[in-house]
Design a protein around this ligand. Structure first.
Ligand code: SF4
Ligand code: MG
Length: 339
């Protein structure tokens, strides 16, 4: 089947007073119905900008390339058309539900209004639908709670309300941008379970955006690792965890908390900071932080610093690195030949 969402050579450039900032550079991806694509990276890697571009919410940025949803080109589409698609065809949830919910209306009214705007349904029907949606996302006593205001809900319950609102118009694509980052670990697990369940029941295409590979492990089928606005690595989730080829992916994996960590163990992070998008270096964006380049010979290191690695995809495992780690199953020369 054709993918529901297909992005080709997406480039998003912001004009700032200091010059152009290329937040996303030549990105391509596909998401099929019933599949979850995880996009992982640090802040500033371009993952949120990518999702905003898909939603047509890239105010002020120059967008080139192609974004098709169910075969329809979204780049260059009129705002009115995009507005129709948002909600009906695609919906988004964010880290902070409070900022997207109106404080002075009950959650039932807000979900009902959303439904009414997109479906033109009558008030009573829309209100009934809101209660059904609250029940579907696991909010106890949905009828009573529909009459409550956002501040009367806990963080986790509020995120459930946002999911109910997103689903009220039966979108086919759901984009979730750090939906569980603000929640404690137990609630986070419950929300991820909910998203995974709804994704399966409704055969949704989901894009899950996160800085946390742990989240990816729980919900994603396919992973796209972004660094400096570009794809560093892309593969099925098992491949990324079993045989990460890119040093940045490896760094993200190494910084995951482990079961044998002491209670008060410090967080492991990748040393150094994300690259400047204002004046990108000519070579690999990860070079200043890359342990593999640092321990390579002078010639290899200079190549990393001077030549930008292109994305090479042997057998569906795409890597942009001059010195990719070979998975145990694939002999080293297999990847070398591909480069
Ligand atoms: Fe590291 Fe070089 Fe690979 Fe970049 S191309 S990730 S610097 S080894
Ligand atoms: Mg973000």
């Amino acid at each position: 089947a054709a993918p529901l969402l297909s992005v080709r050579d997406l480039t998003v450039t912001f004009t700032t007073k200091d010059g152009p900032v290329r937040a996303v550079d030549s990105l391509s991806l596909e998401v099929h119905r019933g599949q979850t694509l995880g996009i992982v990276g640090e802040s500033g890697s371009g993952k949120s900008v990518t999702s905003m571009a898909v939603m047509g919410l890239h105010t002020g940025a120059e967008v080139t390339g192609s974004i098709t949803l169910d075969g329809r080109e979204l780049v260059g589409l009129a705002e009115r058309e995009l507005n129709r698609l948002r909600g009906r065809k695609m919906a988004m949830i964010f880290q902070d539900p409070l900022s997207s919910l109106h404080p002075y209306y009950t959650v039932g009214e807000q979900i009902a209004e959303h439904h009414r705007v997109h479906f033109g349904s009558r008030r009573a029907a829309a209100r009934q639908r809101a209660v059904e949606m609250l029940a579907e996302v696991g909010i106890p006593e949905p009828k009573r709670r529909a009459g409550e205001y956002p501040h009367q809900f806990s963080g986790g319950m509020r995120q459930r309300v946002m999911i109910a609102m997103a689903l009220a118009c039966e979108p086919e694509l759901l984009i979730a941008d750090e939906p569980t980052t603000a929640l404690d670990v137990t609630v986070q697990a419950q929300i991820l379970e909910l998203i995974a369940r709804i994704q399966q029941e409704r055969s949704l295409a989901v894009v899950m955006i996160t800085h946390d590979l742990g989240v990816i492990a729980r919900v994603a089928h396919e992973v796209l690792v972004m660094y400096g606005g570009r794809v560093a690595e892309q593969a099925p989730v098992e491949t990324v965890f079993a045989a990460p080829a890119h040093p940045y992916t490896q760094g993200l994996l190494d910084s995951l908390p482990r079961l044998d960590d002491a209670e008060d163990a410090p967080l492991r992070t990748i040393p150094g900071s994300p690259p400047s998008l204002l004046a990108p270096a000519p070579g690999c964006a990860f070079a200043p932080r890359c342990p593999r380049a640092a321990s390579a010979g002078t010639e290899a290191r200079e190549r990393c610093e001077r030549v930008r690695p292109s994305l090479v995809a042997p057998d569906g495992h795409a890597v942009a690195c001059h010195l990719p780690l070979s998975p145990a199953t694939a002999p080293m020369d297999h990847i070398w030949k591909a480069i």
